[in-house]
Design a protein. Structure first.
Length: 86
């Protein structure tokens, strides 16, 4: 066990802020670049999760169906706040 103890006692070196900046060449898309009013794919995702929920309900998977319905509800709310989704 002598070889394993050496690796366990090493302390992690703290990372500097510059190392994080080097790995992130662009801003996150959801922060500043997103237009107000929701995602343009909200309707497509809503319909997809609604179809998955119906398929799960038909097979008797009520818990899976409820999960998909909750996802669909999220995208439904995104659509209602998005004036572009018609």
């Amino acid at each position: 066990m002598q070889n394993g103890t050496n690796t366990m006692t090493r302390a992690r070196q703290p990372r500097t802020a510059s190392s994080f900046a080097a790995r992130q060449p662009h801003k996150a898309a959801g922060v500043a670049g997103r237009e107000p009013g929701g995602s343009p794919n909200a309707k497509r995702n809503y319909e997809r999760y609604l179809e998955l929920a119906r398929a799960a309900a038909l097979t008797g998977d009520t818990i899976g169906a409820e999960n998909y319905y909750q996802h669909a509800e999220h995208y439904f709310r995104s659509m209602s706040s998005d004036p572009r989704a018609t």
